[in-house]
Design a protein around this ligand. Structure first.
Ligand code: PLP
Length: 415
């Protein structure tokens, strides 16, 4: 058969055709009224997508650029910060904070798990200037409880700023950025918003702006105060990624259209879509007889799966690509060979999910010859999840954090 290339990777993700057309037509200069109209439109849409009244800024950089900006703008050399780390991206926070001279405390959870809030409470010091965490740790497919950490900071009367890498959390998790008191929420273009890499965005609270006035780390290209001043005039400080900004606007228009013209509704739908694709995939791989790598706090952004014993996870990557042109990802760093990861964030639907599960069944039968497996088992499990999963059910699930109103149940009041 012919093979259609499809990305099932947690960034870059499949591109939205409407966004690609917008990019191709984005032949405009960035110091013109046309650009200012576009920039202001997309900044306003970003506020709705992030779900905040705070300023939202865009930077011409991949997600790590906005991570670096939040460290360089909010800290001074010698500041104590707390990093919550359970994978490669948590480790990136620690590396960044060290690079900018911070004294870095780390609360660690084993790969495949989320951290204990009690440990976070104990690691929080009176002089902790900021807490850095992921909403979802893409390298291990774990969801962390942002709300739990935010509430903990409030109940401990901590002055620490809460900085969240929501790069794969946005569009796959419900957040209440302002209600919970998230000071910085970071996103990236090549994830749930379905456009190419190269653009990052972040929301910045009033508290964070005040902290910036006294922070002394060097910054130039990523000086957020300069970006804010320019954004207020509808411009960026330097030449922006014009085509990506046009693409982002088209993507938000499309997400809004999914919600009958309401971007907030569209965003909720996008999250629930990822939840459904993830739940179908989890049920399917378990029906194959495989184990989930992060069963206790699974992210909706991506699912990580352990291969059968004695099998390198690269076999799944290679077979899916070679036979079906489906691109999934191996484990990152030392997790290579140990897990494979299937993404659900952005432009994945029922058809994509079912097709990938069908391909996994082919691999289970040949070459893996998984014991006791027959065609249909994984598909039946996924079909049942899809058939029984109403939006209401999605709302009553929680992320395992044990709170009565969890980050996932938020949508009950929002839809
Ligand atoms: C993709 C991703 C990043 C950003 O990586 P870039 O390569 O700089 O775009 C950061 N954090 C998480 C959780 C991610 O998934």
């Amino acid at each position: 058969m012919i093979r259609k290339t499809r990305l099932f990777t947690p960034g870059p993700t499949p591109l939205l055709p409407a966004a690609q057309f917008a990019m191709a037509a984005a032949d405009i200069h960035h110091r013109t009224a046309e650009f200012r109209t576009l920039y202001q439109k997309v900044l306003a849409q970003l506020k709705i997508f992030v779900g905040t009244q705070n300023d939202v800024l865009m930077l011409s950089a991949s997600g790590t650029g906005a991570m670096e900006a939040s460290v360089s703008n909010l800290t001074s050399p010698g500041d104590r910060v707390l990093v919550l780390s359970a994978g490669k991206f948590g480790e990136r926070w620690a590396d960044l904070a060290k690079a900018f001279g911070c004294v870095v405390d780390v609360v660690k959870a084993p790969y495949g798990e989320t951290f204990s809030l009690e440990e976070v409470r104990q690691a929080l010091k009176a002089d902790t200037r900021a807490v850095f965490m992921q909403a979802t740790e893409t390298s291990t497919a774990v969801r962390h409880c942002v709300q739990g950490v935010a509430e903990l900071l409030k109940s401990a009367h901590s002055d620490a700023l809460l900085v969240v890498d929501g790069i794969t959390g946005l569009g796959t998790t419900h957040f209440d950025v302002d209600g919970w008191g998230v000071d910085v929420m970071i996103g990236g273009s090549q994830k749930a918003v379905m456009i190419p890499p190269g653009l990052s965005y972040l929301s910045v609270s009033e508290r964070a702006w005040r902290a910036m006035a006294t922070s002394k780390n060097p910054r130039y290209y990523f000086d957020l105060r300069k970006e804010r001043k320019n954004a207020q005039k509808g411009e960026s400080a330097y030449t922006p990624a014009v085509a990506l900004i046009a693409a982002l606007g088209a993507s938000f228009d499309w997400i809004a259209a999914q919600g009958n013209g309401d971007l907030e509704k569209g965003r909720v739908l996008l999250v629930e879509n990822a939840e459904t694709c993830a739940a179908m995939t989890r049920a399917a791989v378990e029906a194959l007889g495989l184990k989930l790598f992060a069963p206790s706090a699974p992210a909706a952004a991506v699912t990580a799966v352990l291969p059968p014993e004695g099998v390198d996870s690269g076999v799944f990557v290679k077979e899916l690509k070679g036979r079906f042109a489906a691109i999934i990802t191996n484990g990152q760093g030392e997790m290579k060979g140990q897990i494979f990861r299937i993404a659900h964030l952005g432009l994945f639907d029922y058809m994509d999910t079912i097709a990938l599960i069908g391909a996994l069944e082919q691999i289970a039968v040949d070459p893996l010859k998984l014991a006791g497996f027959e065609f249909g088992k994984a598909l039946i499990a996924a079909q049942k999840v899809y058939a029984t999963r109403s939006p209401l059910e999605a709302q009553s699930r929680d992320c395992g954090c044990g709170r009565s109103v969890c980050c996932l149940t938020r949508s009950a009041t929002m839809v």
